[in-house]
Design a protein around this ligand. Structure first.
Ligand code: G1P
Length: 908
């Protein structure tokens, strides 16, 4: 077993020996200004600020070991020759598997910095390279290189920093790589080089460009480079390469000097520093900056202000503190200290996805930045646990993407609430999209008690697609704009509640022939995308069932809180509350579809703008009937069994209109998704949950991998369900351990009180992600674990948000309940430390809270209950209900907003 990373302090800093001996390792360096880097132990990985502004060559995971051409720092040692301080030289690669000559490399990383130390005993040299992206307003990555003489004699060397500058759109890697290099204008300046392409050629057209890609260097004595070798072909020499550049290898000295310009070539930020002589034990430090600036001048003074050894140290410290503060808001303490630190890395992940979107990491070599609709909402789960107040606006803006037919914009712009009409004529509809906004909003309402939010007005998104993209609004043109209008030409707005109702009601009526909700172009499983005609998602039907039921309860709550009897919605929507006027037969899917069509026909182009007032109690009952109908339908009709006698939920219908799961001629077929949502949403009875758990353990648990697969092996290329069956089994959406669904499975079990079962699932995921020998990822949760046990698509995954939600609100049991604070721990005995304590830090009602559980008798879940609660040593009034303690929001608001308050909970 290879030695994995280990945490070396209580701040989450970890260390890994010989990181170069693991492929595919990469680490994120980023800031909120939009600098997005990835860095590997050999300082490969790319730097970019967006799809059209890649500082260096975009890399995919395979490029990490095949092309080692990104950041480099060379020294030409007198008497020995060229040595790469990052290990990216042909000779170092050649010696990789040789115990005698392989270099000693150690990696350390923290929030958010990356340090690699590389030692070559034979040459008597050590390099320590620290990289980070300062948490400030600049798009800049900094790198500090310290060369130390660890030999017995004098070390004489010539240093050259070498960072290739690609400086253009990712699209140009294949499309006119050469032509776009002709646009380059390179300026040799005092600090290094600036590459400012004259124009940009990309999908936006041919435009004048101002953006500049800069490589600056300075040594510890504040000396700038002597000059540069900016022409890549000149730098590498005829027949050379970035891993063996002639300029360095032959120690050429003819660098270009400040004031020179070079036009029209591929570029490298190869900066030559003056020769250095180090006595044994002495060191010399260099700072290199890679920045992307709006032009060549405006940010320069600001960047240069801290561009020295002291400035580097200060920015590094500030950056550490920035992340510490950001991530310190939610944390946990339990017996397993490694788990606690690991969770800290998990809590970074939702923030990373806010910055990188679902693109721009080596495995995430697709997309152009931004996130899809469901990811947008799910990431908010964790973000709103950390910063409830600021997320309000984001939620409000997000609702502007909902269409009147209950679907939503597919393209989400960069700015808040910016939705873009699809220019590529993609008319896909994901059947799950309607569930997430309410799920997230409900968390927000419970955390904040801000029920007014539901009555905020918001616009609707409009483009040419109508009736769940089955039709086109022929009257719509881009000049109409992307906001729904009324007949009088005014932009139509409705309450947030109205938006939520439309999303969930439209789905309810959109049933397939088996009376579950149609899968349309896919659901959560993006790769179940080939069953649009006859496919149904029972899994998400269960989710909608839960939503409708919760909505019905919410309306009663609103009625009480606001003292209102009526609810105002768009007049056209009245038909959707069919039980208010006689009702249709829900057993007949065609009747449902007909009613939906009736509604859709009233809002093809403009909407009347008229509102109708409905009795809130009756609306609540209508939703309840619908929710219950769906639940009953699923639990009575969608149970399947195997010959061995296991019983579970069928989650899907394929495009032949057949149940996907159960005992088939080819064997048993089962999905985890099909079990998760009926359990999570309370559709499954206790017996059904028990049965499903047994079946999951039998058919989806893999004892070799040590966790639960997304599906078992269907052993067929199921073209009537989705493209994922083209993936080899055990990979991605075809049967990998897909973290997101596994976390949701655990969440569902905890939510229904199946704590031991939920704990096993959670633990399996943690164990499998931290088993470095197989997973080979840094701390955090990867999107999935493949057939070989390797962690894939690290960092940018919705599972991180869900894991935080699970830990805080279920396992540690701290969450909002209509704005009050609910405490209901579901901790197992082994999660308490030796003294019987477990802690969670969170923010609630703007107050920093440390919750301490005292279980001095070391009781297990089920054996303890809350016996006493104190805040700041004084007993606090609380109300007990179903084993949970509820502390009123007003009591919490009395806590000092400037310091952390401690709530102690006795368990006995
Ligand atoms: C990814 C996508 C997500 C999708 C899932 C399954 O999951 O981002 O939208 O639902 O694959 O297809 P992630 O782990 O990133 O949440």
């Amino acid at each position: 077993m290879s030695k994995g990373w280990k945490f070396i302090d209580n701040k989450g800093t970890f260390e890994l020996e010989a990181p170069q001996r693991s492929s595919f390792l990469y680490f994120p360096l980023a800031n909120e200004a939009g600098m997005m880097s990835s860095v590997t132990p050999t300082l490969n990985g790319d730097i970019k600020t967006g799809q059209n502004t890649f500082f260096n060559l975009p890399v995919s995971s395979e490029d990490l070991h095949n092309i080692k051409s990104n950041r480099n720092f060379w020294i030409y040692i007198e008497g020995s020759g060229a040595w790469s301080a990052v290990g990216a030289s042909s000779i170092q690669n050649a010696r990789l598997f040789d115990k005698e000559t392989e270099e000693k490399v150690t990696l350390q990383a923290g929030f958010l910095w990356h340090k690699v130390t590389r030692e070559n005993g034979r040459l008597g040299v050590r390099a320590e390279i620290t990289s980070f992206v300062p948490a400030n307003q600049h798009k800049i990555e900094l790198m500090r290189v310290t060369i130390t003489n660890i030999g017995g004699g004098t070390l004489k060397f010539t240093p050259t920093a070498a960072v290739p500058v690609y400086g253009r759109s990712a699209e140009s890697v294949r499309d006119h790589r050469n032509v776009t290099s002709l646009l380059h204008r390179v300026y040799v300046v005092r600090e290094g080089i600036e590459v400012q392409p004259a124009m940009t050629f990309d999908e936006r057209g041919h435009k004048l460009n101002k953006i500049s890609y800069n490589v600056y260097g300075i040594d510890e004595g504040r000396n700038f480079p002597l000059g540069a070798f900016p022409l890549e072909e000149e730098y590498i020499g005829e027949g050379g390469c970035l891993e063996w550049p002639e300029t360095v290898v032959s120690n050429k000295r003819n660098c270009r000097m400040e004031g020179q310009t070079i036009d029209g070539y591929e570029t490298v930020g190869a900066l030559r520093f003056r020769d250095c002589e180090l006595a044994p034990g002495d060191s010399k430090t260099y700072i290199i900056a890679m920045s992307v600036t709006g032009d060549r001048t405006s940010e320069k003074a600001d960047i240069l202000e801290h561009f020295n050894a002291e400035g580097f140290e200060k920015l590094l410290k500030d950056t550490g503190e920035f992340w510490e503060e950001m991530l310190g808001k939610i944390s946990f303490k339990s017996r397993d200290e490694q788990f606690v630190a690991w969770m800290k890395w998990v809590s970074l992940q939702p923030i990373l996805r806010r910055i990188y979107g679902c693109s721009f990491m080596p495995h995430h070599d697709y997309g152009k930045g931004g996130r899809g609709w469901r990811d947008l909402w799910q990431d908010c789960l964790a973000l709103l646990l950390m910063e409830t107040e600021t997320v309000r606006n984001q939620l409000l803006n997000n609702f502007g993407g909902v269409r009147l037919d209950g679907t939503n914009a597919t393209i989400i712009g960069k700015g808040p609430g910016e939705f873009v009409a699809d220019r590529n004529n993609i008319s896909r509809v994901w059947s799950d999209h309607g569930v997430w906004p309410f799920f997230t909003t409900l968390l927000y309402l419970n955390q904040s008690g801000d029920f007014d939010f539901l009555f905020e007005e918001q616009t609707y998104f409009k483009d040419r697609l109508v009736m769940r993209s089955s039709n086109i609004d022929k009257e719509w043109t881009p000049w109409y704009g992307s906001k729904q209008k009324c007949e009088n030409g005014n932009i139509y707005t409705g309450t947030i509640l109205e938006h939520i109702l439309i999303q969930n009601l439209a789905a309810f009526f959109n049933s397939g022939e088996h009376n579950n909700i149609r899968i349309e172009n896919a659901d959560w499983n993006d790769a179940f995308d080939m069953a649009a005609q006859k496919g149904e998602t029972v899994a998400f039907t269960a989710f909608y069932a839960g939503n409708l039921t919760e909505l019905s309860i919410l309306l009663i709550r609103i009625k009480e809180i606001r003292g209102i009897g009526q609810l105002e919605v768009a007049a056209e929507m009245a038909v959707l509350f069919d039980t208010l006027s006689g009702g249709i037969d829900y057993d007949d899917p065609k009747a449902k579809n007909k009613l939906l069509k009736q509604y859709y026909e009233t809002c093809v182009h403009n909407i009347s703008g008229k509102k109708i007032s409905l009795d809130i109690q009756k609306v609540s009952e209508d939703l309840k009937i619908k929710g219950q109908w769906l639940s009953k339908h699923i639990s009575e009709n969608e149970q399947v069994r195997s010959e061995e006698g296991y019983q579970w939920f069928n989650g899907y219908y394929d495009n032949a209109g057949l149940q996907v799961e159960g005992q088939k001629a080819s064997g048993v077929r089962m999905t985890l998704t099909g079990q998760v949502f009926p359990i999570m949403m309370g559709v499954a009875s206790t017996e059904q949950v028990n049965n499903a758990v047994k079946a999951v353990n039998r058919y989806l648990y893999d004892s070799v991998l040590g966790s639960y697969r997304l599906n078992n092996n269907f052993n067929e290329l199921k073209l009537d369900l989705g493209r994922c069956f083209g993936f080899a089994f055990g990979h991605k959406e075809n049967g990998a351990v897909f973290s997101h669904m596994t976390v949701m499975y655990s969440f569902a079990l905890y939510r229904q009180g199946f704590v031991s079962e939920g704990y096993e699932v959670l633990k399996s995921l943690y164990d499998i992600s931290t088993n470095f020998d197989r997973a080979r990822v840094y701390p955090g949760i990867p999107e999935y674990i493949n057939e070989r046990g390797r962690g894939m698509y690290h960092y940018l995954t919705g599972s991180a948000s869900w894991l935080m939600l699970l830990l805080l609100t279920e396992v540690y049991g701290v969450r909002g309940a209509s704005g009050n604070l609910l405490i209901q721990p579901k901790l197992k005995k082994e999660q308490f430390d030796k003294r019987g304590t477990a802690e969670a830090r969170t923010v609630f009602a703007g107050r920093a809270i440390k919750l301490v559980y005292n279980n001095s008798r070391q009781l297990d879940f089920g054996q303890y209950k809350i016996t006493n609660i104190t805040a700041g040593g004084k007993k606090i009034s609380c109300h007990m209900t179903d084993g949970a303690a509820i502390i009123g929001r007003t009591d919490i608001l009395e806590f000092d907003p400037h310091v952390e308050s401690t709530i102690e909970v006795e368990l006995a």
